[in-house]
Design a protein around this ligand. Sequence first.
Ligand code: ASP
Length: 420
Amino acid sequence: MKKIALHWQILIGIVGGILVGFLCIQFAVGKEFVIDWIKPFGTIFINLLKLIAIPLIIVSLIKGVSDLKDTTQLSGLGLRTLGLYLLTTIIAVTLGLGLVNLVQPGGFLSNETREEMLRSFGGVVDEKVEEVTAIEEMRGPLQPLVDIVPENIFESASANSNMLQIIFFSIIVGIAMILLPFNQVEAFKRIMDSGNAIVLKIVDIIMFFSPYGVFALMAALVAEAPSLDVFKALGVYSLTVVAGLLIIVYGVYSLFIYFFSHMSPVQFFKGIFPAQLLGFSTSSSAATLPVTMECTEKNLKVRKDVLSFVLPIGATVNMDGTCLYQAVAAIFIAQVMGYDLSTAEQLSVIVTATLASIGAAAVPGAGLLMLVIVLESIGVSPAGIALIFAVDRPLDMLRTSVNITGDAMVAVLMNKYGKE
Ligand code: ASP
C-alpha cells in the first residue's frame, strides 16, 4: 500500500480529532472522557517536541554558525535576517491597524455580550494582568537586552522560555569555533555533527506519532471550547484577525517569495505545509521548530548553516501573526470600551505591538499576555482582555501558523547568503 504523506496524516488527525471531540461532547460524560483519556496523549506529544527543542537549537546553531566561512559572513547574515524580521513585523502590524480601523469590529459587539464577557473572564484576566504588570514595573528599558545574556547556561537550559539565552550562548560558541584554527575545534565539530544527526532522528521518531498527537490535541480543544455563541458574538473581530493573517501569508509572503527567491509561492506553501499544520495544532512556534527546520531543509532546500541560524531566532523574535493580532485586538478592545484613540496613540500601537511580539515567548497564549503592555501604552484598561479571551485559542493556532511561515519565508530568502 502506498504510504500517505505525513502532512495528510496530520490533516486527518486534525479533522478526526475535531469530529471525535464533537461526538464526545454530545454525551454527559464525554468531556470528562476526552480530558482524562485522550488529552494526555496530546500533552505527551507537545512535551516531546518541547523536549527536543533546546538540544536541537544548541547543536544545530553551533554547527550552523561554525560552518560559516568567517564572522563577516555571520554578521552579514545576522543583520539581513534581523532587518527582514523587523520589516515583516512592521508590515503585519500596520496591516492589522489598517484593517481594524476599516472594519471597526468594536461596533458589532452588543452591550449584552460585552457585559457577559467582562463578567465571565474578568477573574482570570485580572490575575494575568497583575502578573505582567508586576514584572514590567521592575524592569528598566534595557532589561530585554540584559535578559538575553545568561549568567549560567545550565539554568537557561532548564526552561524553554529562555530560548534567546540558549541562542546567544550557542552563537558565541560557534563564533569562537570560527576564530580558532580548525585542528583545535575539529573533534568538537564532529561531536556536534553527530549530535545534530541524532537530534534530527529523534525528531523523525516524534513526528511518526504526530497524527495521533494532533488528534488528541484537537479532540481536547473541542471538548474544552466555549459555546459556539461566543464565536458568533466575536465573529467580526475574529474575522478581521483571520483576514489580516490570510493577507500576510498569501499576499505579503507570496510577493516576497515571488520577487526575492528562486522558488514559486506554490512550491513554498507546499513545502512548509506540514509545519503550518503542526503550528496550528500545537499553538507553539517553539514546539513546531524541529519540524519547521526539517521542512525548510528537506522540502524548501534551504542550506543547513542558514536555516539553523535563521529559524531558532525567528521562532522567538519574529511573530508577524502575533503582532498583527495584537494590533487588531488592542484597537478592538479600545473601540468596545469607548476609548477614542488619537493618531499618535494608534501609531504607538505599531511600536509597542512590534516590541511585544518580539518579547512574546513562543508558547501558547503568549501573545495575549503581552497584549497587556500594548493596552497599557495607549491608556486602555488591560481588563478589556476579558472581551477576547474566549476566542483566543483558535486565533492563537492560526497566528502561530503564520509566525512559523514568516520564519521559513525569511530562511528561503536568506539561502543565498550561506556558504557556497
Ligand atoms: N503561540 C504563539 C507562538 O508560539 C505566540 C502567541 O501567543 O501569539 O508563536
